[in-house]
Ligand binder design. Sequence first.
Ligand SMILES: Nc1ncnc2c1ncn2[C@@H]1O[C@H](COP(=O)(O)OP(=O)(O)OP(=O)(O)O)[C@@H](O)[C@H]1O
Length: 212
Amino acid sequence: MVLEINQLRQRYGEREILSIPSFGIEKGIYWIQGENGAGKSTLFRTLAGMLPFEGSVKLDGRYDLKKDPVEYRLRLNLGEAEPLYPSFLTPADLIAFVAEAQRAPREQREMLTGAFGINYLSNPFGSCSSGMVKKVSLLLAFLGDPSLIILDEPLITIDREAREVLFGLIKEYHRNGVTFLLSSHQLFEQEGLHVSQSFRLKDKTLIATDAL
Ligand SMILES: Nc1ncnc2c1ncn2[C@@H]1O[C@H](COP(=O)(O)OP(=O)(O)OP(=O)(O)O)[C@@H](O)[C@H]1O
């Protein structure tokens, strides 16, 4: 299995947000739905190793988030819904930093920068449009050699052209064996993206739904 979750519990203070007894997915493209506040972003941040949690999460049947934190993080990339970067930082610096951390080759970095048409790499984030910030965050999610890419609300603020680039990359990476977890309040099927299965985050857990 690409991703395996067991007895996952997540809370903010006293308030429990997630309680997932078990969940697993094989290779594919998955759509995670859920009402506002259901806990999608919390789940994604937990899976990306950004929040402490109870339970276990494993990638590729062997990399345990708690026991193999570096190997695990090299194989899971998260594109956040509303990325926030320090205003003084430039896209060029951030891309170089993440590329190094994810051991991404220079050609991949250049291919992605070109694909998203990201110019003005040296202007700090403070002067970038929200669409540009989002495009940089999406680019970062494709760096390296991930098994799983999680994109939280990837379609917000990006224009039609960037959306086409994004769907092209998802399809290409998927052909090369990468699994995707996507959340969106918009329908992916209308964009020509075939989703393997869809899940709904409800009552703190993930439930399979065939109502696509
Ligand atoms: N850092 C935090 N501290 C305390 N509570 C939080 C924190 N982040 C999120 N929450 C709460 O946890 C719940 C789940 O939030 P989350 O952002 O994960 O939901 P979501 O499904 O991504 O929602 P949306 O579709 O609106 O983006 C919400 O009630 C939210 O207010």
